[in-house]
Design a protein around this ligand. Structure first.
Ligand SMILES: [Zn+2]
Ligand SMILES: [Zn+2]
Length: 367
């Protein structure tokens, strides 16, 4: 009987429960969890801020562990068969249909209405489907990826890694660009690393608090600014001072603050590109004070503004390859030392620390 951590309903503390080991369908597996991430999405889940979530729910959408039992056969994307004992991770998105209008015509699988997400839109009634647990049930057709590299290095990137990879791809960061990242949480910091990897000349980062800005600088940001100590016009001036008065070539918003979306446009040069990745949950409209002006802030600037929702297998797969590479993974090594570990019984502490920004990245450790 595996132990799991459950959010019973919105705004309730996490409870520990014991649930029966499921009967395995053909071509499925049980996954013994080693580490599972605690991220901002889990805080929103606990507060009931995500739509379409079936409570009670076992959180934890990005995890590493070992295949403890396999029924039938499981293969990776390269056709190699998995064996029991292999260390793996898996794409949290399941059941993208490849049959609907979004999948086939728009080629935007992250908008597929059939998709389900382990730890987010699969609830406890769907089985052992979250990583804050001793075991996860990998249903048939779950996309499993072999993890040959250091599991902690992979978790130092965590779910922010494929998200950030998708964001720099959407931003089409080019060699020699000056990229501005708004936000210094896990997505912001991973974006700094990946924008440089894509060829940015330098990356500027505006965020808070100080310990996260330090992490952004360690990750490669050439200059950082604490937004809590500077108003919007001071921030704009700071960006212009570093971009010959023009603004950033590409700005990636990873904050969760609606006003930052408009600021991202203002901090970007004319004919530049803006990617919005930090509004994964509904934080409401832009404030009245921000006074978004469609002519001045968007049209006259000839901006390309793009939303970036979720990530797909390609982002997850490429992320795993990068953090498994001895040289390319180096920027994540400094983040590994900043991981905070919690036992399953400490899930509420982990959530509180993430909610308050006291830790950079929290992990539930099952050992
Ligand atoms: Zn579909
Ligand atoms: Zn996450």
């Amino acid at each position: 009987m595996p132990h799991v951590a459950v959010i019973p309903k919105p705004n309730s503390p996490v409870e520990l429960r014991e649930v029966p080991t499921p009967e395995l369908e053909q071509n499925s597996a049980l996954f013994g969890v080693e580490l599972s991430e605690v991220c901002g999405t889990d805080v929103y889940l606990q507060k009931g801020l995500l739509q379409g979530v079936p409570y009670p729910l076992v959180p934890g959408h990005v995890s590493v562990g070992r295949l403890s039992t396999i029924r039938g056969k499981l293969f990776d994307v390269e056709g190699r068969e998995f064996r029991e004992g292999d260390r793996v991770t898996f794409l949290d998105v399941h059941r993208t249909c490849n049959a609907c209008w979004y999948c086939l015509v728009a080629k935007a699988t992250t908008r597929c209405p059939q998709r389900k997400v382990y730890g987010i839109t699969y609830g406890l009634d769907d089985g052992l489907c979250g990583g804050w647990a001793e075991q996860v049930y990998l249903k048939p057709d779950t996309r499993v990826i072999r993890l040959d590299g250091d599991p902690e290095l992979f978790m130092a990137g965590g779910c922010a890694l494929p998200t950030a990879l998708h964001a720099v791809e959407r931003g089409e960061v080019a060699i020699g660009d000056t990229v501005l990242v708004l936000g210094s949480g896990p997505v912001g910091i991973n974006t700094v690393i990946l924008a440089l990897m894509r060829g940015a000349l330098r990356v500027l980062c505006i965020g808070a608090p100080a310990h996260r800005l330090e992490a952004a600088a360690q990750a490669g940001a050439s200059d950082v600014l604490n937004f809590e100590e500077h108003n919007e016009s001071e921030r704009l001036e700071w960006v212009r001072d570093r971009t010959s008065g023009r603004g950033a070539d590409v700005t990636i918003e990873a904050t969760g603050a609606p006003d930052a979306v408009v600021q991202a446009m203002r901090f970007t040069r004319d004919a530049g590109c803006v990617v919005i990745v930090g509004q994964y949950t509904d934080h409401g409209p832009v404030s009245f004070e921000t006074a978004f002006n469609p002519h001045l802030d968007l049209n006259k600037k000839h901006l390309d503004v793009r939303g970036c929702w979720g990530s797909d297998f390609s982002h997850f797969y490429r992320g795993v390859q990068i953090v498994s590479d001895p040289i390319k993974s180096k920027p994540w090594a400094s983040l590994r030392s900043k991981l905070s570990r919690y036992k399953l019984t400490q899930s509420n502490d982990a959530l509180a620390d993430v909610a308050e920004g006291r830790v950079l990245k929290a992990l539930i450790e099952l050992k």
